[in-house]
Structure formats: structure tokens, C-alpha cells
Design a protein around this ligand. Structure first.
Ligand code: HEC
Ligand code: HEC
Ligand code: HEC
Length: 116
């Protein structure tokens, strides 16, 4: 009985610790602006994607969770122009569309040139 209670207290402690770690994750801005050269900036609803996708790594495997990561990597040649657009944004939107679920835009002007 005592052992049982101690185990329960330990479990609650672990739960609280993991919850406080979760609260400390830096989720970044609700909306990001991604430069795309002469094509005009792309407004990216970050929070909306975090809500519908959840797995941060799905995008952040390609670039770190730091401000202006994509531009920095493109300048260094570590990412090609349109790589993120083709491998992530448009690819996923097309896949969702094909699956008949909510998707994002695939038309150029619906992403590019949105300076607000
Ligand atoms: C659908 C793709 C996608 C997903 C999923 C995603 N992010 Fe991001 N994130 C981005 C993009 C795009 C940027 C902007 C990069 C840039 O400016 O070059 C970014 C930027 C960031 C930044 C740095 C910029 C800032 O505002 O501070 C942080 C921190 C970040 N993300 C955290 C997260 C976390 C934590 C998760 C998961 C809960 C997550 N992201 C999920 C695409 C995504
Ligand atoms: C879902 C949003 C989205 C759509 C739709 C989209 N793009 Fe992009 N595009 C981006 C993002 C984000 C970037 C910046 C990251 C990168 O270069 O991969 C980009 C980058 C680019 C670049 C590279 C700019 C540079 O100088 O580095 C070109 C060119 C481009 N897009 C043209 C197009 C054209 C043409 C279309 C339509 C056929 C299109 N894009 C549709 C989001 C989009
Ligand atoms: C893994 C899938 C995935 C990736 C990667 C992804 N998106 Fe999306 N995007 C979605 C889904 C799903 C929606 C619809 C979400 C909703 O309406 O609930 C969406 C919606 C959007 C919208 C419309 C938001 C609105 O208010 O209607 C924009 C703009 C957008 N995405 C831009 C981008 C850009 C730019 C990138 C690349 C940096 C990107 N997305 C990467 C899945 C993705």
C-alpha cells in the first residue's frame, strides 16, 4: 500500500516535470514572413500549421527553429531557392488536396507578394 502511494506520487511528479518542459518550448511567432527574392515575401501562418501538423520536425528537419533560418541557409547555398517551397509547402498542400482534406494554396500569387 505505502509503495503504491509512493509510486503514484513519483508518477505525478514526472508528469508535472514533463508538463513544465512542454510549456518551455519556444514555438516562435504566430506568423512568419519568409523572403522569396523578387517573388515577394511569403506570409506563413506558423501557429495554424503547428495546430494542424503538430510534429515540428516535419518542417524543422530541413532548417532549424531560429529566425530567418531559410534565408540564411539559402545564402550559404545549403538550401536551394524553391527547395522549401517544393519539398514542403506545395508538396504537402498538393497531397492534402489529393486526399480531399483541408489544404493550403498551390497558386503562386496566393503565397507570393503578400507584404502587409
Ligand atoms: C509546416 C512547417 C512548420 C512546422 C510544422 C513548424 N514550423 Fe516552426 N517555422 C517554420 C517556418 C517556415 C519558419 C520560418 C523560418 C524562416 O523565417 O526562415 C519557422 C520558424 C520557427 C522558429 C523561429 C522563428 C521565431 O518566430 O522565433 C521557431 C522557434 C519555431 N519555428 C518553432 C517551431 C516549433 C516548436 C514547432 C512545433 C510545435 C514548429 N516550429 C513547427 C515552419 C514550421
Ligand atoms: C504555398 C506557398 C507557395 C506557393 C503556392 C508558391 N510558392 Fe514560391 N516560394 C514559397 C516560399 C516559402 C519560398 C521561399 C523558400 C524557398 O526558396 O524555398 C518560395 C520561393 C520561390 C522562388 C525563389 C525565390 C528566390 O529568389 O530565392 C521562386 C522563383 C518562386 N518561389 C516562384 C514560385 C512560382 C512561380 C509559383 C507558382 C507556380 C510559386 N512560387 C508558388 C512559397 C510558395
Ligand atoms: C505537412 C503539410 C504542410 C506543410 C509542410 C505546409 N503546409 Fe501550409 N497548410 C497545410 C494545411 C493542412 C493547411 C490548412 C490548414 C487549415 O486551414 O486548418 C495549410 C494552409 C496554409 C495556408 C492558408 C492559411 C489560411 O489562413 O487559410 C497558407 C498561406 C500556407 N498553408 C502556407 C504554407 C507555406 C508558405 C508553407 C511552407 C513554408 C506551408 N504552408 C507548408 C499543410 C502544410
Amino acid at each position: 500500500m505505502r509503495k503504491d502511494i509512493i509510486l503514484r506520487i513519483a508518477a505525478i511528479g514526472l508528469l508535472l516535470t514533463s508538463m513544465s518542459f512542454a510549456a518551455e518550448v519556444n514555438k516562435g511567432a504566430k506568423e512568419e514572413t519568409i523572403p522569396a527574392g523578387s517573388q515577394g515575401d511569403v506570409k506563413f501562418p506558423h501557429e495554424l500549421h503547428q495546430q494542424s501538423i503538430q510534429d515540428c520536425k516535419l518542417c524543422h528537419d530541413l532548417y532549424p527553429e531560429t529566425p530567418n533560418a531559410i534565408s540564411g541557409l539559402k545564402q550559404k547555398g545549403a538550401l536551394k531557392p524553391k527547395q522549401v517551397m517544393n519539398q514542403q509547402c506545395v508538396k504537402c498542400h498538393n497531397a492534402k488536396r489529393a486526399a480531399g482534406v483541408k489544404a493550403g494554396p498551390v497558386i503562386c500569387s496566393q503565397c507570393h507578394g503578400k507584404h502587409s
